[in-house]
Design a protein around this ligand. Sequence first.
Ligand code: MG
Ligand code: MG
Ligand code: MG
Length: 305
Amino acid sequence: MSALVLGHMNPDTDSIISAIAAADLYAKRGFAATPAAQGQPTPETEFVLKKFGLSAPQVVTDVAGKQLYLVDYSDLPQAPQGMDSATILGIVDHHKLGDVTTSTPLEAWIWPVGCTTTVLKSIYDFYCIEIPKNIAGGMLCAILSDTVIFKSPTCTEADKQAVDALAKIAGVADVKALGMEMFKVKSAVEGASMHDLVFRDYKDFDMNGNKVGIGQLEVVDLSILEKVKADLQAEIEKVKSEGRHSVFLLLTDIMKEGSEMLIVSDNPAIVEKAFGVKAEGKSVWLPGVMSRKKQVVPNFEKAFK
Ligand code: MG
Ligand code: MG
Ligand code: MG
């Protein structure tokens, strides 16, 4: 049976490219593996797949009875249905260790770096396996996406070194220009529904028994979102009403390097407790905040304790 290599819910570029790269790597090590994703690629990921001639992985929403390799997550709220009866063979990730458990020993590569494909680059090197040119291009874009072209505080030296090496393999001369081209695609909101925008990069968390949703839109200029801000606020109010304590939507300006956070919560004061800044109405500007993982989730987790 071929195992599935599967990234998190609401797949981003890293979770889709990591599934493709890890499946290639496992297959070349002699373990049959097929890339999969819990949904269709976003416009950013579509741009990357097309640019390097890669195909979108099959969509999988139930993994009952399946063998699995996880990439880019290890927590159950990001997992599909059927996890209870799935067998996890391995994890490659760069998030805090989540709550999945396994019935058998597994191979786990979880490193504090900016992107899962940075870890995968090292695994290719460890096994002396050559990275195919098109996969190297995708991996490099995943790092540029996750680290916001090296600006995110999650970015490490290892990420930059991986990008240098991958750019050589993929034949990309100007990685920053490619990164900007990708973020311009990511910034486009025309034609997308408010639901799509909120869930494009969205995660639910369990914070001390409270269900908290945090979404993020990264744009090259916040003015792009001005005309849809009120509708986004209305949409997160709808999402909150589906049984959540709070929903926060980060509107990140990658050039100004900060985020405006839209807020809907049973306890709006939690925002001041978490960040030390008072919200004006239903939103707050958080200077320097770019990373949900490193700068937003830990603050809220502390505030909810
Ligand atoms: Mg991800
Ligand atoms: Mg990632
Ligand atoms: Mg991200």
